[in-house]
Design a protein around this ligand. Structure first.
Ligand SMILES: N[C@@H](CCC(=O)N[C@@H](CS)C(=O)NCC(=O)O)C(=O)O
Length: 211
C-alpha cells in the first residue's frame, strides 16, 4: 500500500491518520502536485494528492473516497457507524471539516500572490467559510454524535486535520476563542500517536512550502 503526497497536505495527513489508526502498513511516497510530478498525474488525472495505491495496483483519490475504500477494505478499527444513515451524518461532518480545510488552503494560495495581487474579497469570503464552519463543528462536537466521543471516528480525524492546518499555516490565530469544546477535542486528538507521527515539518510556514 502506497500513499502519494506529504504531511504538509492536510488531506494526506487525514488519510495517514486513518491508516495508522487502523494499523495498515503503508509507504508514504513523497510527491508534490505542484512540481510537474509525473507520479501524481499518472495516478490521478486531476493532479492532486493524496492518492492511495493498493497492493493490487488500484488507485483511489480524493480523501473521502480513500477513507470510504479503507473503511470497506479494513473494517477494523471502525471509524463509521454500521447504520447507513448514521454513517451519512458522520460523512456530512467530514465534508464540513474538509470544506474548512479547502477554505484554509484557498487562503494560503491567495496569500502566495504578491500583496498587490491579493483579492481582499476572496480572503474575506474564505475566512467567513472557516468561521461559520468552525461554529457548526463546535455545535456538532457538543452534541457528541460520532464526534468528540471516547471512540475515534472519521469525523474526529477530518476535524482535527482542518484545525491542524489552520494552526500550522497560522490562518486564524484566534479561532479557539469561544469554541471550548472544539479546543478540548483537538487537544485530545493531537496527543494521539497517529497525529504526532503525521505532524507537518516545522520548516513549512504560512506562505512558504508547497501544500
Ligand atoms: N478534495 C481533495 C483535495 C485534495 C487537494 O486539493 N490536495 C492539494 C494538496 S493540499 C493538491 O494536490 N493540490 C494540487 C492542485 O490543486 O492542483 C481531497 O480531499 O483529497
Amino acid at each position: 500500500m502506497k500513499l502519494l503526497g506529504s504531511y504538509t497536505s492536510p488531506y494526506v495527513r487525514k488519510i495517514s491518520v486513518i491508516l495508522l489508526e487502523k494499523g495498515i502498513a503503508f509507504d508514504l511516497v513523497n510527491a508534490s502536485p505542484w512540481a510537474d510530478d509525473v507520479h501524481v498525474v499518472a495516478v490521478n488525472p486531476l493532479g492532486k494528492v493524496p492518492v492511495l495505491i493498493t497492493s493490487q495496483g488500484e488507485n483511489y483519490f480524493d480523501s473521502p473516497i480513500i477513507a470510504h475504500y479503507l473503511e470497506l477494505a479494513y473494517p477494523q478499527l471502525a471509524l463509521l457507524p454500521v447504520e447507513p444513515f448514521e454513517a451519512l451524518r458522520v460523512r456530512q461532518i467530514e465534508a464540513l471539516a474538509d470544506g474548512v480545510t479547502d477554505a484554509a488552503m484557498a487562503i494560503v494560495r491567495e496569500c502566495q500572490r504578491s500583496p498587490e495581487g491579493q483579492n481582499a474579497q476572496v480572503l474575506l469570503r474564505q475566512r467567513e467559510k472557516i468561521r461559520r464552519g468552525l461554529d457548526a463543528l463546535e455545535r456538532y462536537a457538543g452534541e457528541g454524535f460520532w464526534l468528540n466521543t471516547p471512540a475515534l471516528s472519521l469525523a474526529d480525524i477530518a476535524v482535527a486535520c482542518a484545525v491542524g492546518v489552520i494552526n500550522y499555516r497560522r490562518i486564524m490565530p484566534n479561532w479557539c476563542v469561544d469554541r471550548p469544546v472544539l479546543v478540548a477535542l483537538v487537544e485530545r486528538l493531537f496527543a494521539r500517536e497517529s497525529f504526532a507521527r503525521t505532524t507537518p515539518p516545522v520548516s513549512a510556514v504560512l506562505y512558504g512550502d508547497e501544500m
